[in-house]
Design a protein. Structure first.
Length: 286
């Protein structure tokens, strides 16, 4: 089979469902290697299902998935863990574990528990704790942590696996804005310095645009649009995806594209307001 050049993940005619319900229907998607791709769309559109299917956690009814040019089915479990790691949306915490012990689970792919942790394992764990802002909390019991702190532990465990492809389902869940930005900045840094391929599900469209190379807009198990953030924030794409009138604006400091909901009453009212401001400006100039 010929490899797909520059592609870390490829889904072809992917169909996935639960019992009688079809969730993904003939979906085609290519995730570029070394890039950050955000999956965005309304609740229940299939984002998490797509992420879990790409990781081999859900069965495929039809279609094919390739990881680094090879069929997903050709990977053994430990080989797959070395190629790809996923942070699922909901995780159960094993009882009686410290933060460091849980993060160490991310090293299972490199030899299991019988051989013990090597120096390289310990170094990977240390770095993951530092990136996630948990270095000072390594000995704390995970069950005693807040929801946001637990989320950072799961992120650290995923990073400790040191797989070149990282799938993250709503990584900023439970985090306050400070820790959201910390995590997004650190993941962006790892992407740029190490060439990590990151696919994450994000609900904040402005964060997705600011920290991603590409955005995939989904609705009802299908891809509405896929491309650069600036193009994906166009109002017609967002209207088609979320059924909400949106405005595309420039960040007041950086000029980067952003979006905000249109004023109630639609774009006509916004355009009228802009026209009124223009007339006021002309009157003042006169």
């Amino acid at each position: 089979m010929m490899k797909t050049v520059g592609a870390a993940l490829v889904a072809r005619a992917l169909t996935v469902g639960y019992r009688e319900q079809m969730v993904l229907d003939g979906l085609d998607l290519t995730i570029k290697a070394g890039k950050i791709t955000a999956l965005c769309g309304p609740n229940g559109c299939g984002k998490s299902t797509l992420l879990r299917t790409l990781a081999g956690l859900l069965p495929i009814r039809s279609g094919q998935i390739e990881i680094n040019g090879a069929p997903l089915a050709s990977y053994r479990r430990r080989e797959l863990a070395r190629a790809l790691t996923i942070l699922a949306q909901f995780n159960q915490i094993p009882a009686g574990l410290t933060v460091r012990e849980l993060v160490a689970y991310g090293r299972y792919a490199y030899g299991g528990w019988l051989r013990g942790l090597t120096r390289s394992d310990q170094a990977a764990i240390d770095e993951a704790l530092a990136v996630s802002g948990l270095a000072a909390d390594a000995t704390r019991d995970v069950s005693a942590l807040s929801g946001g702190e637990r989320q950072r532990v799961w992120i650290a465990m995923a990073l400790a696996q040191q797989a070149p492809i990282v799938l993250l389902d709503e990584p900023t869940t439970y985090l306050d804005i400070h820790h959201q930005l910390d995590i997004l900045h650190e993941l962006r840094r790892l992407n740029q310095e190490r060439g990590l391929t990151i696919v994450w599900v994000l609900h904040d469209l402005n964060q997705a645009a600011a920290f991603s190379d590409e955005i995939v807009l989904m609705r009802a198990g299908r891809i509405i649009a896929h491309g650069a953030p600036e193009a994906m924030l166009e109002p017609h794409h967002l209207q088609q995806t979320f059924d909400v009138a949106m405005l595309k604006i420039a960040h007041p400091q950086t000029g980067a594209p952003m979006c905000v909901p249109a004023a109630q009453g639609g774009s006509a009212r916004v355009e009228a307001g802009l026209e009124r401001e223009n007339h006021i400006g002309k009157d003042r100039a006169a």
